[in-house]
Write a protein that binds this ligand. Structure first.
Ligand code: NAP
Length: 279
């Protein structure tokens, strides 16, 4: 139970994996502050078993093992851990019949395929979203709309220096969705649409990574940044820049809590927050 808040009967029971991380702490606080939710377990391998560190919370002690989530009767498990742990955690949720919300980035299409199979086979659902900020979800949708109308596009993503994966999950998803939107519109995707690069070895070149056909992504890692992205479209005589900035991790909380509250009514695996926002 959160900081002196009374939890009404019927509150959704939530566990947070990665509770001592930058995102996990915020999620613990947001869950504890929401009267319709109850924080029943907080898990992190670094846990010095004891009171939950986020200021003012009198929640459950942080436990080192995810079994604590099942033992506490969690109905929804939220994962903000590390790429190497997130898939295993979500598969564990599927096996336990626990709904799962994955915010951790770095899962690839093969991982998503495994999650799709695992959650299709059981009673629980899973929502994976590389970005819970509403503005970032809209940015990806706007990028899809713009994609068929511009000859070229590149993505620049900028994050804090502690981020483990690059390119970011948001950038990967943006690139994939832009490429798919172009393909749906019958545009040619592939080398002839991509910016020209010199023959291998001709001279040093830094052109980011072609994450999806014809869509290059550039990653910046700097102290002081939180999470930012530009999608830059160009065609004859004009440039369209879509930019989103998460200036504080609080930006991710409304979307994350929406996912927690609604994951139970989805079916199997859902990728992205779009369907919950009616996009
Ligand atoms: P972080 O500060 O490194 O936090 C991750 C925490 O998870 C660490 O305390 C880590 O402990 C812990 N952990 C590692 N393995 C675990 C396991 N098996 N079970 C439970 N906890 C485990 O990272 P962050 O900045 O909070 O970011 C977490 C993830 O969220 C990243 O993938 C990031 O890209 C993503 N993210 C997503 C969104 C979104 O909107 N979806 C927004 C921001 C960030 P150790 O230190 O011992 O490894």
């Amino acid at each position: 139970m959160g900081a002196g808040l009374s939890v009404p009967a019927g509150a959704l029971r939530v566990a947070v994996l990665g509770a001592l991380g930058r995102m996990g702490r915020q999620v613990c606080q947001a869950v504890a502050a929401d009267a319709t939710l109850e924080l029943v377990a907080a898990v992190d391998p670094l846990a010095p078993v004891g009171p939950l560190p986020p200021v003012g919370l009198s929640g459950p002690p942080v436990q080192p093992e995810r079994e604590a989530a099942a033992e506490a009767g969690a109905e929804v498990v939220v994962d903000f851990t590390v790429p190497s742990a997130a898939l295993g955690n979500a598969l564990w949720c599927a096996a336990r019949g626990l709904h799962c919300v994955v915010g951790t980035t770095g899962l690839d299409s093969q991982d998503l395929g495994r999650l799709r199979d695992a959650f299709a086979a059981g009673p629980a659902n899973c929502l994976v979203a590389p970005n819970f900020a509403i503005g970032a979800v809209l940015m990806m949708r706007f990028a899809e709309l713009a994609a068929p109308w511009f000859e070229g596009v590149e993505v620049v993503e900028l994050h804090h220096a502690g981020k483990l994966d690059a390119p970011s999950g948001t950038a990967r998803l943006t690139a994939e969705r832009v490429a798919a939107a172009r393909e749906d519109a019958g545009q040619v995707a592939g080398p002839e649409r991509a910016a020209r690069t010199p023959a291998e070895g001709a001279f040093p070149v830094a052109r980011g990574e072609e994450v999806a056909p014809g869509v290059r992504v550039h990653s910046v890692r700097l102290p002081g940044l939180v999470a930012h992205q530009e999608v830059i479209f160009g065609t004859a005589g004009e440039v369209l820049t879509l930019r989103h900035d998460s200036l504080d991790r609080a930006s991710f909380m409304p979307g994350a809590l929406l996912a927690v509250k609604r994951v139970g009514e989805l079916r199997g695996l859902t990728v992205g927050l779009d369907s919950l926002l009616g996009l």
